[in-house]
Design a protein around this ligand. Sequence first.
Ligand code: PXL
Length: 284
Amino acid sequence: MQRQKRVLAVHDISGVGKCSLTVALPIISAAGAECAALPTAVLSTHTGGFTGFTCRDLTEDIAPITAHWKSLGIRFDAIYTGYLGSFDQIDLVAGLFDALAAPDTLIAVDPVMADDGRLYAAFGPDFPSAMKKLCARAGLIMPNITEAVLMLGEEYRPGPYTEDYINGLLARLEATFPARQIVLTGVSFNDTRLGAAARDTKAATTDFIFGPKIEGYYHGTGDVFGSALVGALTAGQSLAAACRAAVDFTVASIRTTFDAKTEPRYGVNFEANLPQYMKALGRL
Ligand code: PXL
C-alpha cells in the first residue's frame, strides 16, 4: 500500500444544501485520500435559495490553525479552496499557502463567486480582483465562464460558445495566471451538451469534456465537480481523465436528482453515484 495522500479542503461548512465541506469530505475520501478540513465559517444552509440562514464566521481561527499545523510539520499533497466569504479570508488563505504548501503541493483554487453572468449576492464588485490574486498563487484553477471573464475584466456572454471563443478565453487565462492546469467549467458548443475545457499549459494540450445537459439549475454542482477533480488528480489521474471522471460523476448526480424531482436548492444526490466515481478511478 502506498502512503495515503492528504488533501486539505479550505471551505465553509453549510450544514444543509450539499456544497463546500459536506461535499468535499466524502468525495475526496472516496478518491482514497485523507481529507483534512479547515472550516472557514459554519452556516445553517448555503446562501443560494434559502433565506434566514445563520452564519458564524471563523476568520479568526484561520491563522492559529495554520500555525498549529505548521508547528506539526504536516505535509499536504493538495490544498483545495472554494467559497471564501471576505477579503480577509482570501489574504489569510494566501498566508496559509505560504506556510503549508511544499514545492510539490498542488494548490487548487476554485474562485467561487459568480455564475450566469452575475456575482453572488454576498460579493461586491471588487471581489474578483482579490480572487484573481489568489488564483495567481495556484497550480490549478477551475473558474466557470462568469468567474473567468470577471477576473479578466471582460464582458460576459451567455452560451453556447464557439470553440474559438473558448480557446481564446483559455489563452487569456494562461497569459494572466501561472497555473499549470486551467479547467474552465460551464462550456457548451450547443444546447444539448455541457462540460469543461481542460488546458495543460506545460504540455500545451486542451481537452474538451462534455456530458448531456440536464434542465434546471442545481446547487453545489461546482463543488461536486471540483472535489471530484481534486480527488481524481490526487489519485494519480491525468488532467483529462480526472476531468472526465468529474464531469461524468457530476452529470450522473444531477440526473439522479432530476429523476427524483428533488428541490434543486437541496443539492444533488452525489452519494448514489460515488460507486461510479470510484470505478472511474479504478478503486472498485
Ligand atoms: O457552492 C458554493 C457555496 C459554498 N458555500 C456557501 C455558498 C455557496 C454558493 O452559493 O453560499 C455558503
